[in-house]
Design a protein around this ligand. Sequence first.
Ligand code: DC
Length: 220
Amino acid sequence: MKIAIDGPVGAGKSSISDAVAQALGILHLDTGAMYRAVGLTCLRRGINIDDEQAVTALSRTLPIDVRYENGGQRTIADGEDVTAFIRTPEVSDAASRVGTYEGVRKAMVAAQQAIAARTDMLVDGRDIGTVVLPDADVKIYLTASAEERARRRWLQQKESGQDADYDQVLRELIARDHHDMNREHDPLRQAEDAVLVDTTDLDFDQSVEAILRLVWEAKA
Ligand code: DC
């Protein structure tokens, strides 16, 4: 069974995907972590993110893989577990920029398809239902209003002790949406055969349940 979940930033894709995969007893591949691993390696090796040729060459030769420990994904770049280093704001920015290059996307898509071919998987990202797994058994486009996604992110930041400004969080989120949906190669969009799940008025458990219901319906 292959499940594809796509959607914009802040829709809760990662945590909801984790819970759904766990309930189904299958692995969850977070493809954003792979773009982050490329971004991190550029920063570490002093490769200019604006140098499309150099970044593309790196993405073609850098071995990226995932391992699972206690149900959680570990992301491996060039044999090193980089999981602890890929969530900083600098790496988020680098990941989103390297993800605009066609050659980088080709390399990542091939690596993701090879990983997903190993076993039953839930794969989340931006182009899973459209490009990576066009034949997935279930395709979901997970979203929520920009205001609600910004509110959740703002709350998260406040809870972790950061001095967050809601209006700024909302502005940045709208800018990232625009960037993801308007990039030239494999932009974020709902696959024609994907089911829209809008979590604006759903809490976490209700969102997980809505997706599980769709999976069970597809299996029936
Ligand atoms: O899901 P995330 O925020 O960890 O993803 C990091 C960046 O990688 C994001 O800015 C967009 C890009 N990305 C992508 O282009 N395609 C994917 N399948 C997953 C992520």
